[in-house]
Design a protein around this ligand. Structure first.
Ligand code: GLA
Length: 381
């Protein structure tokens, strides 16, 4: 990938730039909890974005995407974002950096990536974090990693129409090889947990389906949670986020809120606790409990939060049937992957069965990705 990028860079702009990279992410547990002020438990992966950048002495950004095979140019003083969706991310990162008082000088860039698109592995966060990190470094802005993650998140909110939480950008900015990170999304306290489950493997099964309108459905879930939190807050003024609420407090407002909002909130309150339970179980080396909690999350995401789909439910049931330790839909949902915690000896039979049975049922093969937990945003030497 590096050679292809540097050859293109030389041809387009001449000379050499500096290389930067960032990563997509997995999340062991803690889904749709981030924008509710709860816990998440992600890690960066060995699939990401690699970019070469150099300042160009102008007020223009000139970028080429190898994967899309497209060149885009925009001025740093322009108000309107480019129409190409991939370029909007870079535009957004520039604008959000400037908004925070950072300097952004014009630059040339070429980039490529290997995060599968639409698989729920946060290819967009990888792109945002790579550019946020690179622009910060090239301009000597000294913005810290949390703020870089927030630049990526604000880009999604203000330029891409997704009211996402902080998890994806956090994971790609803070990712560390071999470790998952538990983040409290309310206080932003975080802790690294070395993750090396002896005798088990983490494997993703990508359904290769991505449902339309995923971002509006996502924003709607967020709205339901905010409605539920607002109703609870009337009785319990200290409830800032839904994650601050107890199950009993939700029960108190059951008749005041739509059934749909109630179910969404019920899932979130349970999920916040499951993250803590998974961390405890991991510290004891109790992977069976970790796996059981993953199945509980899948049930909640499918029945209460309603962000699963037929293909993902099928993969989850298959995992259960084959005695896979843990399995659940991962990321925002509405398609994408299941994440599976599988005993070494079951790995091959499970993968084989998932591929053959899924293909038979849905007419296309799923993709299998082995998870390697890796470093997040960085400058390459
Ligand atoms: C998407 C969002 C994240 C998070 C997950 C669900 O990946 O970008 O902020 O809400 O969905 O856990």
């Amino acid at each position: 990938m590096k050679t292809v990028i540097s050859e293109k860079f030389k041809t387009l702009f001449g000379g050499e730039g500096q290389f930067y990279a960032s990563a997509g992410r997995i999340n062991l547990i803690g889904e749709h909890t981030d924008y509710n002020g709860g816990y998440v438990f992600p890690g960066a992966i060995d699939k990401g974005i690699l970019a070469e950048l150099a300042l160009n002495g102008s007020d223009k950004v000139c970028v080429f995407s190898i994967d899309i095979d497209e060149y885009v140019e925009f001025g740093l003083n322009e108000e309107n974002a480019p129409s190409q969706s991939w370029a909007r991310y870079i535009f957004g990162v520039c604008r959000e950096t400037i908004k925070r008082g950072g300097k952004v000088a014009g630059f040339n860039a070429v980039f490529a990536g290997d995060v599968p698109l639409g698989a729920g592995l946060s290819s967009s966060a990888a792109l945002e974090s790579t550019f946020a990190f690179a622009i910060n470094d090239l301009n000597g802005n000294g913005i810290d990693r949390f703020e870089l993650a927030k630049i990526g998140q604000a880009t999604e909110h203000n330029y891409c129409g997704v009211k996402c939480g902080i998890m994806d950008q956090f994971a790609s900015c803070f990712g560390k090889k071999g470790s998952l990170i538990r983040l409290n999304c309310k206080t932003l306290e975080y802790k690294y947990f070395p993750f090396n489950p002896e005798g088990y493997r983490l494997v993703l099964v990508d359904s290769c389906v991505k449902h339309e309108l995923a971002s509006s459905a996502y924003n709607k879930r967020r709205q339901s949670c905010e409605n539920a939190a607002a109703a609870i807050r009337k009785n319990h003024p200290d409830v800032e986020f839904l994650s601050d609420a107890k199950r009993l407090w939700l029960e108190e407002v059951r008749s005041e809120i739509p059934q749909e909002d109630f179910l969404r909130a019920e899932y979130v309150i349970g999920e916040v606790q499951r993250v803590l339970d998974v961390c405890d179980a991991l510290e004891r080396g109790d992977y069976e409990t970790v796996g059981e909690l993953m199945y509980q999350t899948h049930f909640g995401l499918s029945r209460l939060y309603e962000v699963s789909c037929e293909e993902l439910d099928f993969l989850n049931r298959l995992a259960r049937k084959m005695d896979v330790t843990g399995s659940r839909v991962m990321g925002g949902g509405f398609g994408g992957c299941t994440i599976n915690l599988v005993k070494d000896e079951l790995y091959q039979p499970f993968v084989d069965a998932a591929v053959s049975q899924f293909t038979e049922k849905f007419g296309h093969a799923p993709k299998i990705y082995d998870v390697v937990i890796s470093d997040g945003a960085r400058k390459l030497q």
